[in-house]
Design a binder for this molecule. Structure first.
Ligand code: IVH
Length: 732
């Protein structure tokens, strides 16, 4: 009897799930609800009752289990299958045209697709005319996430993190109704049931990337609540999305009513175009930007931008631009990635909004390196979706450039997701009471002496092979090295410096339990004098402080213990050395491998540091000063004595081309020579402009002349493009 009943229940549970999933898709993905909420709720209730009575039919991946699971202690790390990239920006149509010019130079000249194994896509009539299809879609202002599906089931979701490694936020992502837990089959069966049915194929493994977002309505609602409770306001929808997904308790995340919009997928076999990916995503059950469109040229892209620009102010979600991609994936692969961003995509940013306000005062902040930063405080002003009352003025030069005085009426500017800045002073509004600002001669926090230092702000070292055609590959040059004056507090014991530094240190070490308030308390109570003391804290010490229970003390100590081991790159970044941020620290770690090596070279051989790609003299000078300083060395020693273990950086993996030298000559059919060079360099090989007996291979494209002859004469191995491609793509 029970057996028979079970059969019936099983069918009913399945039907209920399918119908609930279909209604969910209608509501959250197609935005076209056909039934009232009460129908959905009634079916969900029936399912709930059945599953209570028949627990054997429970399934953790079923739609009713979106908000489940206990709050986590912390998020675990997830390594991304491929790096999560960012985008380069274009702030005007001119910049879009420059981008197009750059990418077209890198594509082989039309007619494309000559030679053996030519890429079919490059042979289209449009490609022959040198035209490229673009795909345009809205750039949502949320948080990038990666979703993994195995056999059609959502198994894991992660944040972008540093692009290589993110945090596992699966539980939180499951609370987002527009993320399907079970995929539609692909292609969807005719008349098939959406939301888990269908008769087509489901990819075995699929990664989907997209934006987790909240609506402007939710932002307004939360901010209204925060005003009432006297809490700080969220600046934009992105901060709400990010803050929500960081919650360890999925129930709290569910309250925030997050949404999702997909923009990319990785599946095998690879679809031919980006627009095809969007269509597939939609069929699989993901919401995608409903405005997306293919544009045949930049003129059409401009119309798209203008059309959406009109909708944008009333669009229910925060957006900060339009993402434009080269639609053809083969062409995307030809263009590749430079640094953190693909060359085949660009984010057009809508111009920032402007507003006027009056500067009430200029405050001075003291940063962790002791640098004094002026901050304009003005009448609260509503601009680009939020109310702002402060803007950094960066340095004294900026104040002088603007000719800014206290009491001035100023123009402030803010793009949706960007911090406001003062861009202009309306000098004609002056009445004569405005006061000039002077940097204090003593630190506003500790009273220590303030000193002026000449610094070089932002030095970009660019390897010439990215910018200078035909020049020596190893030559480097510096761009926009502008000198400026900065003011520093000279007191090494300055409280503000220390506090900011402690906050920086614990955040790099990822000791999340130690927020700024707790750190300040520990300092005030004398438990710590510097960051190294953190590692000798004890449970008893902490628990004996008023308002600290044994449990929180235990959690703090547990977390500190867990974080004692740290990779070299992170350790270098935690030291807070001037000009050594996360990226530079990583470059240094990869180059030197161990801390003693970094220290000895920084003390003695600055040119070795200068020669590292992306690192300039400002960094080497700063490293030199830092590691010459005895107290810094003592601090490192103290950290190690207190149990911090610095892990060696893994040796830079030698590419399969290391030790090989190439000369490229003639025209290649499948890629420009520039791209060919970059691929060789990326695999550890060298590229030279002339053939010698040390050349390992000459890659001969169409029309190669003198270099070909020299290679023959010297007996250097000559390969054609097909062989070259085989070498590039072989697993060896
Ligand atoms: S494509 C290559 N498409 O913008 C990077 N990004 O500035 C892949 N974003 O991290 C991004 N909407 O968080 C892409 N339609 C869209 C987007 C989008 C928002 C965000 C995403 C990314 C950031 C890059």
């Amino acid at each position: 009897m029970q057996q028979k009943n079970n059969g019936k229940v099983s069918v009913r549970v399945k039907k209920l799930r399918q119908e609930i999933a279909r209604l969910r898709a209608e509501y959250h993905i197609e935005n076209a609800p056909n039934v009232t909420d009460s129908v959905y709720e009634s079916l969900s209730r029936e399912l709930g009752t059945l599953l209570k009575d028949y627990p054997e039919f429970r399934d953790e991946n079923a739609p009713e289990n979106r908000v489940a699971g206990k709050p986590l202690d912390k998020f675990t790390k997830v390594k991304h299958g491929s790096r999560m990239l960012s985008l380069n920006d274009a702030f005007s149509y001119e910049e879009l045209y420059e981008w197009e010019k750059r990418i077209k130079k890198l594509l082989p000249p039309p007619p494309f697709g000559r030679g053996a194994g030519a890429v079919q896509a490059l042979r289209s009539p449009q490609a022959r005319r040198g035209e490229v299809n673009y795909f345009c879609e809205v750039k949502f202002d949320g948080l990038a996430v990666s979703l993994i599906y195995e056999n059609g089931k959502f198994v894991r979701g992660a944040t972008r993190g540093d692009g290589f490694v993110g945090e596992n936020i699966t539980q939180n992502l499951k609370t987002i109704n527009s993320i399907p837990l079970i995929l539609n089959s692909f292609p969807p069966a005719k008349g098939g049931i959406k939301g888990g049915g269908g008769g087509g194929e489901i990819p075995k493994y699929l990664e989907v990337r997209g934006e987790a977002l909240v609506s402007k309505k939710i932002l307004e609602h939360l901010n209204a609540k925060n005003v009432k409770e006297g809490k700080p306001l969220f600046a934009n929808t992105r901060n709400v999305a990010a803050g929500s997904l960081r919650q360890l308790d999925p129930k709290l995340v569910a309250e925030r009513k997050l949404e999702f919009s997909a923009y990319d997928m990785f599946v095998s076999p690879e679809p031919a175009t980006h627009s095809e990916k969007h269509r597939m995503l939609k069929d699989l059950g993901f919401p995608v930007d409903p405005h997306d469109a293919i544009c045949k040229n930049l003129e059409e892209v401009k119309s798209f931008i203008e059309k959406f620009g009109k909708i944008r102010p009333n669009f229910p979600y925060g957006t900060d631009g339009i993402v434009i991609s080269v639609d053809n994936i083969k062409l995307q692969n030809v263009l590749g990635v430079v640094g953190k961003a693909p060359r085949y995509m660009v984010a057009f940013k809508y111009p920032a909004e402007k507003a006027t306000t009056v500067v009430k005062e200029i405050l001075v902040n003291v940063g962790r390196t002791g640098v004094l930063t002026p901050l304009a405080v003005f009448e609260p002003t509503f601009i680009a979706g939020s109310t702002v009352s402060k803007a950094t003025l960066h340095n004294m030069d900026q104040i002088e450039r603007l000719d800014l005085r206290i009491g001035d009426t100023v123009v402030i500017e803010k793009a949706g997701d960007v911090i406001p800045k003062v861009v202009e002073v309306l000098t004609r509004m002056r009445t004569g009471v405005e006061k000039k600002f002077k940097m204090p001669t003593f630190c506003p926090v500790c009273g220590g002496k303030v000193e002026k230092k000449n610094t070089q702000s932002r030095i970009h070292k660019i390897s010439s092979h990215f910018t200078l055609k035909g020049s020596d590959m190893t030559q480097k040059f510096y761009e926009s090295a502008t000198a400026s004056v900065a003011y520093y507090c000279t007191n090494p014991k300055c409280g503000a410096k220390n506090e900011r530094y402690l906050e920086h240190f614990v955040s790099v070490f990822e000791i999340y339990e130690l927020g700024p308030k707790i750190l300040r308390r520990f300092k005030d109570e004398g438990l710590i004098t510097d960051a190294a003391d953190i590692f000798t804290l004890t449970e008893i010490e902490i628990a004996s402080l008023e308002r600290f229970g044994e449990k929180s003390a235990r959690n703090i100590i547990k977390e500190i213990e867990n974080k004692k081991k740290i990779p070299l790159a992170k350790f270098l970044s935690a030291l807070g050395i001037l000009h050594v941020g996360e990226e530079t620290a990583r470059d240094l770690a990869v180059h030197f491998g161990t801390l003693p090596k970094v220290i000895s070279v920084a003390q003695s051989n600055l040119s070795e540091i200068d020669n590292i790609e992306n690192i300039g003299p400002a960094v080497s000078k700063s490293l030199h000063e830092f590691f010459q300083n005895k107290s810094n060395l003592n601090f490192i020693k103290k950290l190690e004595q207190n149990g911090v273990v610095i892990e060696k950086a893994p040796k830079k993996t030698k590419g399969k081309f290391s030790g090989l030298s190439f000369v490229l000559t003639g025209t290649l059919a499948e890629m420009s020579r520039q791209i060919g060079k970059e691929r060789i360099l990326a695999l550890g090989g060298k590229v030279s402009g002339s053939v010698s007996k040390n050349t390992s291979f000459v890659v001969a494209g169409d029309g190669s002349g003198a270099k070909f002859t020299t290679a023959k004469k010297l007996g250097v191995k000559i390969i054609d493009e097909k062989e070259f491609l085989q070498m590039l793509n072989s697993g060896a």
